[in-house]
Design a protein around this ligand. Structure first.
Ligand code: GAF
Length: 390
């Protein structure tokens, strides 16, 4: 059964009627530009074909009720209480439900939103969870696009992405940037989204993978990570420390020419965090230019340099991700890097179509040789963003 059908079936099973409609939003892979979004920098993600679907129906009693095929228990809250729950009492809400309820809360705080009557939401997803492909942004995006229509909100895709980020930051407590939500809202088939995370201006960048007979291979290491705890927040704090030391609002305001001065002013760890962000911003710009001038087969070195910077300077890779990248490259991948926030999750590899089998076999063999759990390996296609399902 497709995830869209599963969402509809769950709605009928849990809520006893047919839904008014279904909406969906995709996960994303990030081609390049990691940990640059919350530094006001540049990113180049694309939406993938894996989506979270939500079936929605109105109700008349002011409650919001959420159900998921991945969860046994529904969660039900009066809409009028969301303001009291988030963020202070968020721990009272089941972890997964903080995402959709947090989006509802964020949308109701947008100017002009009037108190709606209530809503039932049933979710089903084929976005791998914890794989670094932003199942959370897919859940937020599906909720946002469905509620915006059901509640007749005057909210453009950027406003819906902002609501998703508010949910993630304040309702869930993960101090993330806005890349994933923007990619999930604005994705286009066969293209990546170049996003300036300061202005939130976007440009669609043609990827041309199909024309060049290239595939984007994802290696889900199975190593689970959470951005609500630990390393992600520490990296963000180091970046803010580095920007303050350099006297700039954000690391976006530095260029590689500033790095000599940065090295003199800060401790080695903070310096390396700063160097990753500054050089990664430059790599995003270089990747966009290379895609335009020379096509996707020419971006391999930039992907590899991005991975090395995250491994050595930002220190967010893990052995499984390094093994995936090295094995893919040794089997002939054009480029490879970890994607997403790090500390687990997935690596991506850009591969000639006729080498996908060889890369898959090489990564699988390298994991077995290192006694890592078997990875899940699949290809993804740059796809459209959030929408009402037809
Ligand atoms: C996670 C976050 F959610 C994004 O905002 C971004 O910071 C990414 O990690 C790292 O580039 O996906």
């Amino acid at each position: 059964m497709s995830a869209a059908d599963a969402a509809r079936a769950l709605f009928t099973e849990r809520f006893g009627s047919a839904p008014a409609g279904t909406w969906s939003a995709p996960g994303r892979a990030n081609l390049i530009g990691e940990h640059t979004d919350y530094n006001d920098g540049f990113v180049l993600p694309f939406a993938i074909e894996h989506r979270t679907h939500v079936a929605l129906g109105p109700r008349a009693d002011g409650l919001i009720r959420v159900a998921s095929t991945a969860e046994d228990a529904d969660v039900e809250v009066p809409l009028a209480e969301l303001d009291a729950i988030f963020p202070a009492r968020r721990d009272e809400i089941a972890f997964w439900a903080r995402y959709p309820l947090g989006v509802a809360w964020a949308l109701l705080r947008t100017p002009g939103a009037t108190a709606p009557t209530g809503v039932d939401l049933a979710f089903a997803s084929d976005v791998p969870v914890g794989a670094g492909l932003s199942s959370s942004a897919a859940l937020e995006g599906a909720t946002a696009v469905a509620l915006a229509e059901a509640w007749a909100l005057d909210a453009d895709p950027v406003a819906l992405a902002r609501a998703g980020r508010t949910a993630e930051n304040e309702a869930v407590g993960a101090p993330t940037g806005i890349m994933d939500q923007m990619a999930s809202m604005l994705g286009r088939a066969d293209a990546a989204i170049f996003l300036d995370c300061r202005s939130l201006e976007t440009h669609v960048v043609d990827l041309g993978f199909a024309r060049a007979a290239l595939e984007l291979v994802v290696v889900d290491t199975g190593v689970k990570h959470s951005h609500a705890t630990g390393g992600y927040g520490e990296r963000r704090a180091a970046c803010e420390r580095g920007a303050a030391t350099m006297g700039v609002p954000a690391l976006r305001d530095l260029t590689p020419a500033d790095l000599d001065r940065a090295r003199e002013l800060m401790d080695d760890v903070t310096f390396r965090r700063v160097r990753h962000v500054v050089t990664e911003n430059q790599r995003v710009i270089d990747t966009v230019r290379t895609l335009r001038e020379a096509g996707p087969a020419a971006i391999g070195e930039l992907l590899v340099a991005s991975h090395a910077s995250m491994r050595d300077d930002f220190e967010i890779s893990v052995a499984e991700l390094d093994t995936a990248v090295e094995a893919a490259l040794s089997a002939g991948a054009i480029g490879a890097r970890m994607t997403g926030g790090g500390f687990g999750g997935a690596a991506i590899a850009l591969v000639d179509r006729d080498r996908v089998g060889a890369v898959t076999d090489a990564v699988t063999a390298a994991f077995a040789a290192s006694r890592f759990a078997e990875p899940t390996i699949f290809t993804v296609t740059p796809s459209a963003g959030a929408s009402r399902d037809v």
